[in-house]
Design a protein around this ligand. Structure first.
Ligand SMILES: [Zn+2]
Length: 147
């Protein structure tokens, strides 16, 4: 009689609802196979209720790595800005240094006090213009980043 029972595969098919007519007929008349099928159904439904398999890697950090990072980009732009200022200063100061003899000759006719005043005013204007430009630049960057 045992040989007539359904195989595990057939019972699983029945539990999944994909069994053939012969299997269905056997289950209808066999309590043992019906019980086995009920067990499989229980297992399958429990498996359906299991949470989705979690990723074995950190999805959030991966996603964040893909995203542009507003925290670091202003820093990088800030560095670029300072580099630009440095470049501008260098392009002024290097020729002044190289031709310093001619440069001082050029100012030798002017009174030292007046010369210092001119330099001081020029430096002040440049610094404040730089700060103002930088503030404006940061403001625009913030608007772009956080809007
Ligand atoms: Zn059976």
């Amino acid at each position: 009689m045992n040989n007539d029972h359904l195989s595990e595969a057939e019972i699983q098919e029945y539990a999944l609802g994909t069994a053939g007519l012969n299997t269905k007929e056997h289950i209808g008349s066999c309590a043992i196979c019906e019980a086995k099928a009920a067990n499989y159904r229980l297992i399958f439904s429990a498996m359906d209720q299991l949470p989705q398999p979690a990723f074995d890697f950190d999805v959030t950090s991966l996603m964040l790595a893909q995203l542009p990072q507003p925290e670091t980009s202003p820093d990088r732009d800030e560095r670029r800005f300072y580099l630009l200022i440095f470049g501008a200063l260098a392009s002024i100061s290097i020729p002044v240094y190289v031709y310093r003899v001619y440069f001082f000759k050029m100012f030798s006719g002017i009174l030292p006090a007046a010369m210092y005043l001119v330099i001081l005013v020029t430096v002040f204007i440049l610094v404040f213009q730089g700060i103002e430009m930088f503030r404006k630049y940061r403001k625009q960057l913030n608007i772009l980043n956080y809007k």
